[in-house]
Design a protein. Structure first.
Length: 154
């Protein structure tokens, strides 16, 4: 199931799936604390289905959480696009359009829809662009892994 269309509902489902109570998840999603509304929302079929899906993803290891370690080969184009889409939703939800638009730009590049400007070079074919972006993503992941290791050792 894709992300819920309503960003607040998605945030609510994400919080519930990670163990938050109804009111805590309701508040984390940007709503005012309201036990009755939180209970009603938690019983919506779309929310129940999405929470089950997120929990399955969490237990299967297909979602990488902060602090988890993973091999750079785990970073796929599909995973990157999904993660950047989450940033689009969050950015729009909190009114940070600059971050949201940057994430959209990166998605466009990953999907081969946006060519990065290159001076003095002809445009590369989409598959070559994808290979280059994968190498860049791998380099970024290795750098992040090193930074996490340094933080962990400190």
């Amino acid at each position: 199931m894709p992300l819920l269309k309503n960003p607040k509902h998605e945030a609510f489902a994400q919080a519930l799936a990670r163990g938050a109570g109804n009111v805590e998840a309701h508040t984390a999603a940007g709503y005012k604390p309201d036990a009755s509304a939180a209970s009603t929302l938690s019983n919506r079929s779309s929310i129940v289905t999405r929470v089950e899906e997120i929990r399955k993803e969490l237990t299967s290891g297909s979602i990488v959480r902060v602090g988890d370690t993973f091999h750079p080969d785990d970073v796929t184009t599909e995973w990157l696009i999904t993660e950047f889409y989450k940033q689009v939703v969050i950015g729009r939800d909190v009114g940070d359009m600059q971050s949201s638009n940057k994430a959209l730009e990166i998605i466009g590049k990953l999907a081969g829809l946006i060519e990065r400007p290159r001076t003095g070079r002809p445009p590369r074919e989409p598959l070559q662009q994808l290979s280059a972006l994968r190498r860049e993503a791998k380099d970024i992941q290795e750098t992040v892994g090193l930074l996490e290791q340094i933080d962990h050792d400190a």
